[in-house]
Design a protein around this ligand. Structure first.
Ligand code: UD1
Length: 382
């Protein structure tokens, strides 16, 4: 029987979580496929961008993601070198596999390399988590997501705001609006914008029942924090200011900080030692462990995109250690607040959050069926 072939391209930690949801939906669909329907054959390519056991393997194991069919082993280089090597290797795989769709996730160098390699050889690109914008081109992620969206054929948006962002850029306009804007329609390029919901919401709902305590002593009440964005780790003044805020908070409230290798390297290279016993620096944790920490924490302080939403899924307020966010609906609804890297603001907002009431009863990220919707749309388009 013929099958629909999808090449999934992942490489960084948040992509493993998102791909787990869609892979599970593919497996579910294949099980229920009636006689005359085509099953989906998913080929997984891991670029190697994240390669430590606790940044990669553990996600495949505990989220039961099928083993990658290709591991490209590309990491630890400048952005151009990393993206360039990925382009070359991904193109080889795509030429060999000739898939019906190439599925990319999020906004990393892996995302851009996968989308561009596919688009250049006229394969259909589907982008999961399309349409997000920070409007800050200093961020490598913003460049990656804008370029990926502009070569993608199918754009799976997690939020209404993401759909609106694409509309402003002329993506997803209907044909008559497009013909007013473009000189020629001869290229046949008709991107399809789909409001699918957020696959990370699906993941939180499904994996919650498997949450697991990390092997550490946990304080009764604590703040959960992560820091890894280049804008914070590669700017020493910002990083020191964030830790300045943390030190003030830690006098009354312990902070649990699973440290990303990028941040660890910066602290080591700059000889910065965090000796406050109330700032518990631990190795990166697995997805099931971060869910446990999210369930138990009092609030979240982070510069991660994913964790901002996960705080919301687990009904915890979030202080975002950035000057802007792509997840504006969280800020608009008062459950997330931007502190930037200002130590005084971080402290004040944290204290305020501890005594505030929040309404988490909001429908922002779909119904928890984004994975199934994505698979259904792809099969309908095949
Ligand atoms: C990348 C993404 C970012 C995403 C993040 C999730 C880009 C531009 N950035 O940032 O959007 O939010 O992943 O974590 O694609 N390292 C290790 N071990 C690992 C992985 C990384 O030591 O398993 C080191 C790298 O060698 C490098 C540093 O950490 O020195 C940063 O890694 P890199 O993949 O460049 O970017 P991230 O900060 O992880």
């Amino acid at each position: 029987m013929p099958s629909i072939k999808i090449v999934t391209i992942v490489g960084a930690r948040p992509q493993f979580i998102k791909a787990a949801v869609v892979s599970r939906a593919i497996a579910g669909r294949n099980q229920g496929v009636a006689e005359n329907f085509e099953p989906i054959n998913e080929i997984i390519v891991h670029t190697g961008q994240h390669y430590d056991r606790n940044m990669s393997d553990v996600f495949f194991e505990e989220m039961q993601i099928p083993r990658p069919d290709y591991f490209l082993d590309i990491h630890e280089q400048s952005h151009a070198a990393m993206t360039g090597r990925m382009l070359e290797k991904i193109e080889e795989v795509l030429i060999k596999e000739k898939p019906d769709f190439v599925l990319v996730y999020g906004d990393t160098n892996t995302t851009l390399a996968g989308a561009l390699a596919a688009a250049k050889i006229h394969l259909k690109v589907a982008h999961v988590e399309a349409g997000l914008r920070s409007f800050n081109r200093q961020m490598p992620e913003e460049i990656n997501r804008v370029l990926t969206d502009h070569v993608a054929d199918i754009l799976f948006c997690p939020t209404r705001q993401a759909v609106d962002n694409l509309t402003v850029e002329g993506i997803g306009l209907n044909d008559s609006a497009r013909s007013d804007r473009s000189e020629s329609k001869a290229d046949g390029y008709r991107p399809s914008v789909e409001l699918a919901g957020d696959v990370m919401f699906d993941a939180a709902l499904y994996y919650q029942k498997f949450s697991r305590k990390p092997q550490i002593d946990l304080p009764g009440e604590f703040v959960l924090s992560t820091i890894h964005r280049a804008e914070n780790t590669d700017n020493l003044a910002r990083l020191k200011s964030i830790f300045g805020g943390f030190q003030k908070i830690a006098k009354t409230l312990p902070i649990v900080l699973p440290l990303h290798p990028r941040t660890k390297k910066t602290l080591q290279n700059q000889n910065i030692e965090i000796i406050d016993s109330n700032i518990r620096i631990i190795d990166p944790v697995s997805y099931l462990e971060i869910i446990y920490l999210l369930e138990k924490c009092a609030l979240v302080m982070t510069d991660s995109g994913g964790l901002q939403k996960e705080a919301f899924f687990f009904k915890k307020p979030c202080i975002t250690l950035r000057d802007e966010t792509e997840w504006v609906e969280l800020v608009d609804n008062g459950v997330n607040v931007l502190a930037g890297a200002d130590s005084g603001k971080i402290y004040d907002l944290c204290m305020e959050a501890m005594s505030k009431e929040y309404d988490f009863d909001l429908d922002l990220y779909g119904k928890g069926d984004a994975g199934e919707r994505i698979v259904r749309i792809l099969t309908d388009m095949a």
